[in-house]
Design a protein around this ligand. Structure first.
Ligand SMILES: [Zn+2]
Length: 595
């Protein structure tokens, strides 16, 4: 048995998934509200018997390792390693070269963070001046330590030489993003020099990258060729669209307060943590992404986005807000005074910041304020445009009560009768409707009739063994939808040999698509038919098989008719005879099927 099989054998998928989400028994299976998409009624299913899971809402599915990968956001080797520890299975003969590289990159970034931090704590003049600057910005000594703030080297190769001395290889240091190739000549130099360093940790607290701020004009007078901020590049361990700055230090407070605040800067985050609002994180240089939201939703559904006056109207802000809405997060907006960031406010008075948090408003109220700000109520065209902008957003609200509330508000503000607005709302499209309609259409096209029918009979066969035997005896692979023929053929071979389908998931002939279909269809039968009695099940089975055979016959009938016309035209009497004979056979079969 290989280690993967061993791990899967020792662990139970139901037990492991229960550690993450709340599984409810349902028939012989388990159900839950899917952790990977938004839903109210559970469509996430786990089969204890088959040790697989699938969500019929978002179509994700897989085995135990796949779940841990998806949920924890891990690579395959990482998930395997985690489960190997749980199962107490050693993984010696496994090639973990990629995993090892990752490990090295974390170590290098950690070593760099230590190096920078020690440099900032030293008694050299630049370090003292930098600490003075931080003190002026009211960053406390405790914060410098807990956020591991640092100072990069004076010379071009201080970190590089230090890391070499620690035994790290050039190529690894380069991969970690800490050195760059020299502009002329061979060799490398440090990426960061004479800068204030902010280490960036991933959700598990491992340092994966750095943001740096120039100290030009503060500590050093000589020109700095970099920008105000210089960041680590994207690396195998650093993807900024997945990182929320401060997450490891904020997550307990987020859980406790059951909301989080998102700001834009590192300094904003650090200063916010010096107040009682430790549930603060930052996105760096990107709009909020789906990966961010996935991480957030494991802790809370409530968030406050802090924007300064200009940024709030930006496209990036709108993207973040709509994404939150699509994922059904409750979003409030904290609007900052123009040209002020959270750090400025906190510096003036931490209580002002806490007050601003309390006064943050639901997104809708914010849109009202914003859209109505420029409206001249004496002008009908102004009112019309304002209504056109706000109605699609109201339409999007899922709750009727909320819709009624904001419709009334709009009526009051615009001084337009409620009834008129309600009529307009009826014909307005929600601002996401078009988008959603396209998605649904694509899905429908993809699932044409033949595929649906084929899925149905396979799902029944995977659900009840007697139908599996019937399937193999009665149904030729080529009457199924082409997507499923491969899986079915491989299944026949496997089943004929073993007389069961245990471990079919690990059958090496299966490709990725086969496996996905197998998992999905194995659970689909149980989902659809667990409350059917035997005779209803049989009726459904017979109907589906007949329909598929009928479709196949009709298709062949058409082909034969075309061939017949051809043969008649060329006067090939023998061929005409043969085709007519085949058509007669087919007609008999059609009659039988239609009876
Ligand atoms: Zn799902």
């Amino acid at each position: 048995m290989n280690p993967i099989e061993e791990i899967k054998n020792r662990l139970d998928i139901v037990e492991i998934i229960s550690g993450y989400i709340n599984l409810q028994p349902a028939g012989g299976n388990f159900k839950a509200v899917c952790p990977f998409h938004n839903e109210k009624t559970p469509s996430f299913m786990v089969s204890k018997e088959k040790q697989i899971w699938h969500c019929f809402g978002c179509d994700k599915g897989g085995d135990l390792i796949g779940f841990v990968q998806e949920y924890e956001g891990l690579s395959f080797p990482e998930a395997l390693k985690l489960l190997a520890q749980k199962a107490n299975v050693p993984l010696p003969q496994f090639n973990f070269s990629r995993q090892e590289d990752y490990g090295k990159l974390y170590n290098i970034n950690q070593a760099a963070a230590d190096f920078y931090h020690q440099k900032l704590l030293s008694d050299k003049a630049p370090a003292q001046k930098t600490r003075e600057y931080l003190a002026n910005r009211q960053v406390s000594v405790e914060s410098i330590k807990s956020w591991r703030l640092g100072l990069s080297g004076e010379d071009w190769d201080e970190l590089y030489l230090y890391l070499q001395k620690q035994g790290f290889k050039d190529e690894d240091i380069f991969q970690a993003g800490l050195i760059v190739k020299k502009k002329s000549g061979a060799g490398h130099v440090d990426r960061f020099r004479r800068r204030l360093m902010f280490p960036i940790a991933d959700s598990q607290g491992r340092i994966v990258a750095f943001t740096s701020r120039t100290l030009h004009g503060i500590v050093y007078q000589e020109d700095d060729i970099g920008g105000k901020y210089v960041n680590s590049p994207q690396t195998v361990i650093y993807d900024k669209s997945k990182i929320l700055y401060g997450w490891p230090l904020a997550k307990d407070a987020i859980r406790q307060k059951s909301y989080l605040i998102i700001v834009e800067g590192n300094m904003d985050t650090i200063l916010a943590h010096q107040t009682s609002a430790k549930n603060t994180v930052a996105v760096s240089g990107t709009a909020l992404t789906l990966d961010h939201i996935k991480l957030i939703k494991r802790y809370t559904n409530n968030l406050i986005l802090a924007f300064d006056g200009d940024a709030a109207g930006s496209r990036a802000a709108f993207r973040s807000i709509t994404l939150c809405w699509q994922e059904e997060l409750n979003v409030k907006i904290l609007l900052l005074p123009k040209d002020q960031d959270p750090a400025d406010i906190i510096k003036t008075d931490p209580n002002l910041w806490l007050k601003a948090i309390r006064e943050s408003v639901p997104v809708m109220d914010y849109y009202f304020q914003r859209i109505l700000a420029g409206v001249d109520l004496s002008r009908s065209d102004h009112k019309k445009i304002a209504a056109q902008k706000i109605l699609p957003i109201i339409k999007y609200l899922k709750s009727n009560i909320e819709q009624a509330h904001y419709l009334q508000l709009l009526s009051d503000k615009l001084q337009i009768p409620l009834e008129v607005l309600r009529q307009d709302l009826g014909t307005t499209k929600s601002f996401l409707e078009n988008q959603e309609a396209t998605v649904v259409k694509v899905l429908q096209n993809k699932k044409d009739w033949l595929l649906l029918m084929s899925e149905q009979i396979l799902s029944m066969a995977f659900y009840k063994k007697e139908y599996l035997d019937k399937l193999i005896a009665e149904v030729d692979p080529d009457i199924l939808s082409p997507e499923l023929q491969g899986l079915y053929k491989k299944l026949i071979i496997y089943y004929t040999k073993h007389q069961h389908l245990d471990n079919f998931i690990d059958y090496q002939e299966l490709d990725k698509t086969d496996k996905e279909y197998w998992i999905k269809l194995s659970l689909l039968g149980e989902a659809n038919y667990s409350d059917f009695n035997a005779s209803d099940l049989f009726v459904d089975w017979q109907k589906a098989v007949n329909l598929l055979k009928l479709a196949r016959c009709k298709e062949q009938h058409q082909i034969l008719r075309k061939q017949l016309t051809q043969a008649e035209l060329t006067g090939d009497i023998i061929k005409v005879d043969a085709i007519v004979h085949q058509i007669n056979l087919l007609n008999n079969e059609l009659n039988k099927l239609q009876r």
